[in-house]
Design a protein around this ligand. Structure first.
Ligand code: NAP
Length: 555
């Protein structure tokens, strides 16, 4: 929990005119965009302040990521209990997880349970996609327009839109021509899809593609995987949780959440303090065997401290994982195709797998490298690569998201003087704490660019509480306008850049560095996220709150 606020009076002298108007002519005090994990909790916290809140959600149900990504095999990659909300003891006591890494249907049930328990739905308007949000300088409010033309106005705007929620289809000719069934994993239908005996294609081998492939391969008549760049995947080691184990886990919740507050990225796992070459070759191999055999992200975020900083260290662990792939895949030509050559282990998000590599030993599965033989077009009956024609009943696009800024870009967000957020960020991605943007008063972001991602719900809870505390602080002092000072934005942005220096992952093309070949203008790497520790991030934010938000212009 972060520091209590209010030790210093806010600096009001440089607050811009005009003076804020009263809230009585507004439809709501706050509008929240999105009813995912962030938006649901933001609603809960703002209601506690007595605010009139409206949440607009494009889907028909709550859950955000866990509502949309209902593709086969979707499940947590973080331990279920560490991913849950921690703010309500009652909720923690009454919810039992059935698996260490919860499958999507269970997670969606959990989030619906949260919505019911706290009666959140009465303030959530479903099937309501926000098209535009414009700041009105004169009235000091936000005018929000939905895709059906409905408009309403609020004092505050909270964009709880998620860093991975704008799915992208590949830029391949003929995507609309296919006459069979085609799905994007991030827009998966609610109705069951059968693969039994079907000819199925999966395009994309990120964390989503890997989960999808290992599930679809169980029943498909024939599965063809189209891989551009392979990823380093490591075993999830999921298992069921029985009643006795659940009771024990619950007893340990206070320590577990405290531990997550202290780790680098809020996961249960934390880096080993030793460097790779501090130990003998024998010890090193034994350590890697141990983390490879352990559940979850241990091998990624619990590895030697220099793994993502030192090239030789990174090469050594990459060689270890490559060896595992060679052992697990029978056909060594296929094994070599599955071993990344362009990036080292952990420099992109590590997909967690369950028998993923063994899928390629099945007679009904084929791997095609589209680097060697590019897809030239999608056709009515399948697709054509540079050397073959394929026929399919189903094509699955596991082609990812316009990440981090994409979910903001698709809303026409305009701040003071009609300035477009998308245009502003195309110039330079600049934020204050990843929560505010200069020139966009009273707009707050939860999990915006430049925040600490990691075990996301842990970061979400912190972000949401920070925003609610700030609004509460303003309420107590009859303040109605908060805007980040340009110099605070510059300082924070520089700090984010400074923290990213030396990290091998920032030299690699991935959604984490803002790259998406399917989106115009997203071909240049940027520093999109805060890569310091979550502890660092919170300390910084706590200090600002404790100091009376001097870094903001409050009026
Ligand atoms: P992703 O990591 O961006 O992967 C997209 C895949 O599609 C990549 O293999 C990419 O190839 C390929 N691709 C994109 N455009 C293509 C094109 N035009 N032609 C051929 N291939 C193309 O997206 P994701 O797998 O959806 O995962 C995104 C993030 O979501 C993850 O990194 C993770 O943070 C999160 N996630 C979490 C979970 C979980 O916690 N359980 C599960 C799934 C996802 P290139 O690599 O060559 O670009």
């Amino acid at each position: 929990m972060h520091a209590k606020t209010g030790e210093k009076e806010p600096n009001l002298d440089s607050a811009p005119s005009p003076a804020p108007s009263s809230a009585t002519n507004l439809d709501y005090d706050a509008i929240v965009i999105g009813a995912g994990i962030s938006g649901m909790y933001q609603l809960y916290r703002l209601r506690e302040l007595g605010l009139r809140v409206r949440v607009f959600e494009a889907g028909t149900g709550v859950g955000g990521t866990w509502y949309w990504n209902r593709y086969p095999g979707a499940r947590f990659d973080s331990e279920s209990y560490s991913y849950a909300y921690s703010f309500s003891q009652e909720l923690l006591d009454e919810w039992d997880w059935t698996e260490h890494f919860s499958p999507q249907p269970e997670t969606e049930r959990y989030l619906n349970h949260v919505a019911d328990k706290f009666d959140l739905r009465r303030d959530i308007q479903f099937s309501s996609r926000v098209e535009a949000a414009h700041y009105d300088d004169e009235q000091n409010c936000w005018a929000v327009t939905l895709s059906d033309g409905e408009t309403c106005r609020s004092r505050f705007l909270v964009a709880a839109v998620g860093p991975l929620s704008a799915p992208t289809w590949p830029r391949i000719d003929g995507v609309d021509d296919f006459q069979g069934q085609a799905f994007h994993t991030g827009l998966w239908p609610k109705e069951p899809v059968s693969f039994e005996g079907k000819r199925v294609a999966v395009i994309g081998t990120g964390a989503t593609g890997v989960q999808t492939i290992q599930e679809v391969a169980k029943t498909a008549g024939h599965l063809t995987v189209f891989q551009r760049r392979p990823n380093w995947c490591t075993p999830l080691h999921n298992r069921k949780i029985d009643a006795a184990e659940m009771r024990e886990l619950k007893k340990g919740y206070p320590e577990m959440f405290q531990h997550c507050r202290e780790t680098f990225s809020c996961f249960l796992h934390t880096p080993d303090p030793r460097n790779t070459f501090d130990v003998s070759e024998e010890e090193r191999q034994a350590f890697w065997e141990k983390v490879y055999a352990s559940p979850g992200f241990g091998i990624w975020v619990g590895n030697f401290s220099d793994m993502l900083l030192d090239r030789a260290a990174n090469k050594a662990v990459s060689d270890f994982v490559a060896g595992k792939i060679r052992q697990r895949v029978t056909d060594q030509r296929v094994a070599e195709m599955l071993i990344p050559k362009e990036h080292g282990f952990g420099t992109r998000r590590v997909p967690q797998e369950t028998h993923y590599y063994e899928v390629y030993n099945q007679p009904n599965v084929e791997l095609i490298s589209i680097v060697d033989t590019p897809i030239e077009r999608i056709t009515a009956t399948g697709l054509e690569t540079s050397d073959r024609e394929f026929e399919f009943d189903i094509i699955i696009y596991a082609t990812g998201f316009d990440a981090i800024t994409g979910s903001f870009d698709r809303i026409d967000i305009r701040g003071m003087d009609g300035q477009s957020l998308k245009q502003k960020w195309r110039g330079a991605l600049e934020t204050f704490l990843g929560v505010q943007v200069a020139g966009f008063p009273n707009m707050f972001m939860v999990m915006g660019p430049h925040t600490a991602l990691g075990n996301i719900p842990r970061s979400i809870e912190y972000n949401v509480e920070w925003v609610a505390d700030l609004i509460g602080y303003m309420q107590d002092r009859n303040l109605t306008r908060a805007e980040a000072r340009p110099e605070s934005v510059a300082d924070w942005t520089n700090f984010v850049i400074e923290k990213s220096e030396g990290l091998l992952s920032n030299e690699i093309d991935s959604w984490m560095t803002g790259i998406n070949q399917n989106v115009e203008g997203k071909q240049t790497r940027i520093i999109a996220r805060f890569s310091g520790s979550a502890v660092d991030y919170r300390e910084h934010c706590d200090e600002i709150a404790a100091g009376g938000y001097q870094e903001l212009m409050l009026a």
